[in-house]
Design a binder for this molecule. Structure first.
Ligand SMILES: NC(=O)c1ccc[n+]([C@@H]2O[C@H](COP(=O)([O-])OP(=O)(O)OC[C@H]3O[C@@H](n4cnc5c(N)ncnc54)[C@H](OP(=O)(O)O)[C@@H]3O)[C@@H](O)[C@H]2O)c1
Length: 318
């Protein structure tokens, strides 16, 4: 089969489009013909060699796919899958993958394969961040700080469907328009100098109950000014260090926590995907596909996913 392989860590140019042996499923595993692959920022961190997890080279990158099951009783089923049977963060930039049936979910007929590939990482991270780590309740106000990308778009839809009042941020007109379509009642520009004050004014200075934060290394200290009493910040993404004033947590008894997709264990992922499957089926969740690249152009996708002006998920078409 054709696949992207990485022989040594480095820039996007180390993504090499090659012939590699087909993966062979073990008993109980499924062979899936990949139709689309979700591209995540973490794929670029792993590729550059700066990510914590030790991955042996050469490896095929990628964490999520959509496609068709090729053999066994499930043959022909359209599925989206989180992970392969290989090491985490590997195996998906390829024409074929092997998966455990428990990591594969039904892709509804009304959704494209590109939309299916946009689901697993973004929606499960957003779900766990909003509800399991963030404790979001209907009627509460949530700020999705970085709402235009993969996780942000999923979070806006999930929070709106759960009956929260959703505020979002994005840096481009197209991104802000998408955030509105996803269900935010107000959208702000995180590149504008005064936007945090605008958000405070919008909440009549009461603040927000929850912030889902995509870039804590830039925003965490100012986020603390924006919380209501007992408000929470859930850190989803951060790209460096930041100094914060811990005193800001005291008067309003606020808290900061983090979320990592995989860290809640299998039971948490099952809960997340049960809710996601229901939301896809009732169409309250509508995965947003942004830029689509051919598998062989994975280097372009890696450049795009690290640029601003996001609008939904970056996807590879296989
Ligand atoms: N914890 C986990 O398990 C987990 C899982 C998935 C992803 N992540 C991390 O979460 C982050 C988002 O992932 P993604 O897949 O959604 O990436 P993405 O699709 O590339 O989106 C990035 C988002 O960050 C926004 N952003 C840029 N500058 C910002 C700022 N100053 N303040 C607030 N937001 C800003 C972007 O908005 P504009 O483009 O409109 O400027 C965009 O909405 C990444 O850092 C990723 O590594 C973590």
């Amino acid at each position: 089969m054709k696949a992207i392989r990485i022989h040594h860590f480095g820039g996007p140019d180390v993504l090499s489009y090659e012939d590699v042996p087909d993966p062979v499923p073990h008993e109980g595993e499924w062979l899936v013909r990949v139709r689309a692959v979700g591209v995540n920022p973490v794929d670029t961190y792993v590729r550059s060699g700066t990510y914590g997890a030790a991955i042996a080279t050469p490896y095929i990158p990628g964490t999520e796919i959509s496609g068709e099951v090729l053999d066994g009783p499930a043959a022909g089923r359209r599925v989206f899958c989180l992970g392969t049977t290989g090491p985490r963060h590997t195996g998906c930039y390829a024409e074929l993958v092997t998966v455990k049936p428990t990591d594969a979910y039904e892709l509804p007929a009304h959704l494209s394969f590109e939309q299916g590939a946009a689901v697993p990482v973004a929606y499960a991270t957003a779900y766990r961040g909003l509800f399991e780590r963030g404790g979001l309740q209907p009627g509460q106000t949530v700020l999705i700080h970085g709402a235009s990308g993969g996780v942000g778009s999923a979070a806006v839809q999930l929070a709106a469907a759960a009956g929260a009042i959703v505020l979002g941020t994005a840096s481009s007109d197209a991104g802000r328009e998408q955030v509105r379509l996803d269900g935010a009642s107000a959208v702000f520009d995180h590149k504008s100098p005064d936007y945090m004050h605008e958000i405070a004014r919008h909440t009549a200075s009461r603040g927000v109950d929850l912030i889902l934060e995509m870039l804590a290394s830039t925003n965490l200290d100012r986020d603390l000014d924006l919380l209501a009493h007992a408000g929470r910040i859930v850190v989803v993404g951060s790209r460096g260090k930041i100094e914060i004033d811990p005193r800001k947590t005291m008067a309003r008894e606020t808290s900061i926590t983090g979320v990592m997709l995989w860290s809640g264990g299998d039971a948490s992922l099952r809960r997340a995907f049960a809710a996601i499957e229901a939301g896809l089926a009732n169409r309250s969740l509508r995965p947003v596909v942004g830029d689509v690249f051919d598998l062989k152009d994975a280097a372009l996708a890696h450049q795009r996913v690290m640029q601003d002006a996001s609008r939904g998920k970056v996807v590879l078409r296989v």
